[in-house]
Design a protein around this ligand. Sequence first.
Ligand code: F0G
Length: 443
Amino acid sequence: MKEKSHELRCTGCGARIAGTDATSNFRCAQCGELYEVVYPWSSDGANLPNAGALRWLWQERRSSTLPIDQSGVWRFRDLLPILDDPSHAVTLREGNTPLYELPRCGKIAGVDWLLAKHQGMNPTGSFKDTGMTAALSVAAERGFKVVACASTGNTSAAMAAYAARAGLTSIVFIPEGKIAWGKLSQSMDYGALTIQLKSDFDGCVRVLNDLVKRLPIYMLNSVNPYRLEGQKTPALEMVEQMDWQVPEHVIVPGGNLANSSALGKGFEEMKRLGLISRVPKISVVQAHGANPLYRAMQASAGEQLSPVVADTRATAIRIGNPASWRKAVRVIRATGGWVEEVSEQEIAQAKAEIGAEGIGCEPASAVTLAGLKKLTRDGRVGREERVVLLLTGHTLKDPEYTIDFHRGTLFSDQEASSLRKPPVVLEAQTDAVLKALESSIQL
Ligand code: F0G
């Protein structure tokens, strides 16, 4: 173990421990709070790598044939020295995701320049791959044989894939009947032991927390701080893709609330290293039916959070008792961001609007655009602000949602939308097709 390459610091009481000393549930033994990974350069600026040299090195690695250089996470390994030997990294060449312009969605939302960082373009179709390559590599290097997670479907898909690559056994706990089929199929495809609990996500977390205390299982939920080290790299990649310019605003969906803090950590570290001169506002958007953070901000400015019973068709973020809410509050406050909630109708409409620009995403990702519309409507985001939406999952994760939207069967009270394009069934006769075309498109 590289003695001082990093430590874990409790985000509650500040206690520091060696990475290998964390308890199996990744909670501080003193105060019960979560850890974050800290490096010698994290606080006092000592041993700072030079910003110019880092930019050059990260660019150079793009043309290398080494697997770790081809990874959009490990390409930035200088800022996540969490492995004894970086060649131990278990990689599927994650990251390297596109930053798309969304001019039509920007117009709808009332901003001049809207971008989408599409994390659904990762190997297993979600942003979870960036965190999984980091934490699962740590598990493999430390000799764990069995890994597990509770999931709404994307973490489990990512974990199953990376565990398979590393030859580890993986156990997935998912709420029965409450995750999208695409995701369920992935964990089976990659050979995980898939356990559907008759509960919700929060119930799955409870059972897993009990199990890791009794068995030598390495937990890969986002309470594992190494996950966040990988999930901070899209922040680096984003500003690199913007020629080291920083957007004014980054908007992320909120579920278990780890991703917002991971990105915040990425931006803050870049600022400390002189790679950027300021950090963007980071805002979090939740579904109305799964909005414990939104409620907490309204009721106590983020001091207290009361769990809710979650319900939304954006199943990825159907979470009532988010583990990392304090970390999220810290980043939102530090960056001056907002927390919003959006209705099921607003999510469906926003997803169709993103889709109509040729960029598919899963419903949980579309909360970002729906939330942006609310932030611009009352002036919290100005027209001139450059906004980046974090699209967290691929549209094929949940095709049923898309089909139900276009058929008009998503909810019992689904509103009309000009973007609905239900499939047309016709006899296989040219005349019938011509007639249908005349009435539906201009030729
Ligand atoms: N978007 C997608 C597509 C997700 O899968 C998740 C979380 C989130 C957003 C929310 O991110 O939890 O960091 O606030 N999915 C987890 C899972 C919980 O098990 O796949 P968060």
